[in-house]
Design a protein around this ligand. Structure first.
Ligand SMILES: [Zn+2]
Length: 276
């Protein structure tokens, strides 16, 4: 330990400590205020599908139910994207809430997830790959229709799940506009305006195309809870917490916690530009 002899150094140190404490207070106050109205959006794929699928896309049904139990026991409402968007639009106090999203349209979303959603009074958004509808392991017309009738969202995950940043922009019309058109038509929807970028990959060109073809909101794979401000100002970059199959329960909880902090740093402290 260095012995500080100079009185002035001591005074400077004291001033620094006081300044740090003074800065921490508004940060903490701002953060607790932010937390009250921020919503983490959770990203799932298959629930209880084949063990041979990679941990990135599959979680066991029991583990999934434990997460719903955790959310339920801790007073979280479990919403769909549309419910969250409506809540923010209407200026409602969101309270403690998460959004549940499922990508790719696996059949187990119907067989394993749907009964649990009903059990825990939860809603979710289902991002469907249009060309996979009715294929082995994927939901067909009837399953998807039931999910929608129960108040869940039908959303687009393109036609072929091609990575939008890698393909020639001439295919954007097909992947984005046609997927929306086919989903609307097949499921007799008034509108389909939610998009999930395949593999979470997007750039400015992709965002511009998605907006041109009528998507109002899009989800990514970048962690960070969202609040009303974020959804209004960055509707095409709604971050999500990716839930992986090999995650321990404690990891689920800490990822959820981290999501608030990341969302706060992103939207309030640094501004979004920092993260691009
Ligand atoms: Zn996907």
């Amino acid at each position: 330990m260095i012995k500080i002899k100079s009185k002035w150094i001591k005074i400077v140190l004291l001033v620094l400590v006081v300044a740090a404490a003074a800065a921490a207070k508004p940060f903490y106050d701002g953060y607790s205020e932010y937390r009250k109205n921020a919503v983490p959006v959770l990203e799932y794929h298959s629930v209880g599908g084949s063990d041979e699928w990679p941990a990135e896309v599959i979680i066991k049904t029991e583990a999934f139910e434990k997460q719903l139990q955790y959310l339920h026991n801790n007073g979280y409402r479990m919403l769909s994207m549309e419910q969250m968007i409506d809540g923010f639009k209407n200026g409602k106090d969101m309270g403690k809430a998460v959004v549940l999203t499922f990508d790719d349209g696996y059949m187990d979303n119907y067989t394993n997830v749907f009964p649990l959603l009903k059990k825990y009074n939860a809603n979710a958004s289902f991002f469907i790959v249009q060309s996979k509808i009715g294929k082995p392991n994927y939901m067909g017309h009837n399953e998807i229709t039931e999910l929608i009738r129960a108040g869940n969202d039908l959303a687009s995950h393109t036609i072929n799940h091609n990575i939008l940043t890698d393909i020639d922009p001439k295919y954007f019309a097909w992947e984005l506009s046609s997927s929306k058109f086919f989903l609307k038509k097949e499921f007799d929807m008034y509108y389909v305006h939610l998009l999930s970028y395949p593999n979470g990959k997007y750039d400015e060109k992709v965002i511009a195309a998605a907006q041109k073809y009528g998507y109002n909101y899009a989800v990514t794979g970048k962690n960070g809870a969202v609040d009303k401000n974020w959804v209004e100002n960055h509707p095409m970059e709604i971050g999500r917490v990716i839930i992986k199959g090999d995650m321990m329960e404690s990891e689920f909880e800490s990822k959820l916690e981290r999501s608030y902090l990341l969302g706060y740093l992103k939207s309030v402290v640094f501004g979004s530009l920092f993260f691009y």
